[in-house]
Design a protein around this ligand. Structure first.
Ligand SMILES: Nc1ncnc2c1ncn2[C@@H]1O[C@H](COP(=O)(O)OP(=O)(O)OP(=O)(O)O)[C@@H](O)[C@H]1O
Length: 388
């Protein structure tokens, strides 16, 4: 399907063109080809794949020491062990460093021999130069289109016109119009994620043993997590309506065009529903999935992370690690601002240690480095500090 392929033999961040390219991915132990060609669908999802040659690298970045007496290593060995595919989802409030942490983890996995894929489903993610974007509007349109063919608002209007309002009344409990006119928040992401899963399950992506999701900010993630249940029910309703309509008069049926089209749409919805269920299962599978919370040492961020963990726990999403990013190094100078800031941060760290939701998580402390984290050398540098 792809029209072109870029061959990657050194550590590059690869920008897939305007949409997700799918097609055969060929690779040799140290090189990887990534399709960059034709968009495959309405969903423009960016994929970044990294394969890093093992060689020594002297980083231009430096980190001042982070005084962290209670620091726990991330136990990277455990994260990298085994060749069975594992999914890592990094989540947290906006701007805390999810993307940097996710990308640095991916680089580290790649350095440890794992063909690794970074997936971003956040339309506002900050590695936008390296990732293509999901187009939520198009995703929604596709869903709406498929739904309408199965008796959405188009059906309702038509039936009203035919004086069949009574049947519409009977179907009113299904609240389809409401669903289609005001898609629930997070629908875009849920559809995008399920679309991603579809690709990840395909043969071309079999080779990837580590998948790192640079997830959307907290609120979105939570909505997404609760969505499959909602969608499961909603899509079920649409299918039920479709069945009811199928038994209505042939005159009504004719309006929906060919029987086969109707069937196609129903199949699409059914597949979407099935994928949603799979995503939900995947999110809860402790064997294959881990949700890593990323935060910063401020009272507000810590409180939000605590709430996030609580809701993830309720959703049975496996969480083991908490990355506290951007910790100021102990200052050797007499910078008052730095001293105050660090004192504040230490208070936030203490808060984590006494928070019932967070204290049982493995705490990973990541320093604020003195340069912008861009490009593989920087990510490699950060990865070596954070993921140990
Ligand atoms: N440990 C760090 N030291 C220095 N700068 C950092 C660190 N972590 C992240 N940054 C910088 O902070 C900014 C935000 O980081 P990043 O984009 O990774 O956050 P994010 O949580 O993914 O944000 P968003 O929610 O907006 O996608 C970036 O400019 C990044 O380079």
């Amino acid at each position: 399907m792809a029209s072109a392929a870029a061959s990657i033999s050194s550590p590059f961040l690869v920008k897939s063109s305007s949409s997700m390219g799918v097609g055969p991915i060929s690779h040799s132990p140290r090189t990887l080809s990534l399709p960059l060609g034709k968009p495959c669908s309405a969903f423009g999802i960016g994929f970044l794949s990294i394969s890093i040659p093992r060689r020594s690298h002297r980083s231009p970045f430096r980190v001042l020491s982070v005084a962290a007496p209670t620091e726990t290593p991330a136990e990277f060995e455990e994260m990298a062990s085994g060749t069975k595919r594992k999914y890592y989802m990094l989540g947290g409030k906006g701007g805390v460093g999810k993307t940097s942490c996710a990308a640095s983890l991916a680089v580290k996995f790649a350095n440890n021999g794992h063909p690794t894929l970074v997936v971003s489903t956040d339309p506002a993610h900050s590695l936008s130069d390296s990732f293509a974007q999901i187009n939520p509007e198009k995703a929604r349109e596709e869903f709406r289109d498929a739904s309408q063919k199965n008796g959405g608002t188009g059906v309702k209007d038509f039936m009203d016109g035919m004086g069949l309002g009574m049947l519409v009344e009977q179907l009113g409990e299904l609240k389809l119009g409401e669903l289609l006119d005001t898609p629930p928040p997070g629908l875009d992401e849920a559809i995008a994620i399920s679309k991603v899963m579809q690709f990840l399950e395909s043969q071309e992506y079999n080779m990837f043993t580590r998948i790192v999701f640079d997830t959307a900010p907290t609120g979105h993630t939570l909505r997404l997590l609760s969505l499959p249940d909602f969608l499961d029910a909603s899509i079920g309703k649409i299918l039920k309506l479709k069945q009811k309509l199928a038994s209505a008069t042939s005159a009504i049926k004719s309006v929906f065009g060919q029987e086969s089209n109707q069937q196609d749409s129903a199949d699409k919805l059914e597949k979407l529903r099935e994928r949603m269920v799979k995503v939900r299962e995947l999110f809860r599978d402790t064997e294959t999935t881990e949700f890593v919370i990323v935060t910063i040492p401020t009272v507000m961020a810590v409180s939000e992370s605590s709430r996030l963990h609580s809701s993830l726990r309720k959703e049975n999403v496996p969480v083991k690690r908490l990355v506290v990013n951007q910790i100021l190094p102990a200052s050797g100078s007499d910078c008052k601002f730095c001293a105050m800031k660090r004192k504040d941060q230490m208070r936030a760290l203490d808060m984590i240690k006494s928070d019932p939701e967070l204290s049982n998580l493995t705490l990973i402390q990541a320093p604020l480095v003195d340069m912008e984290i861009r490009g593989v050398p920087a990510l490699r540098f950060l990865g070596d500090i954070v993921w140990r």
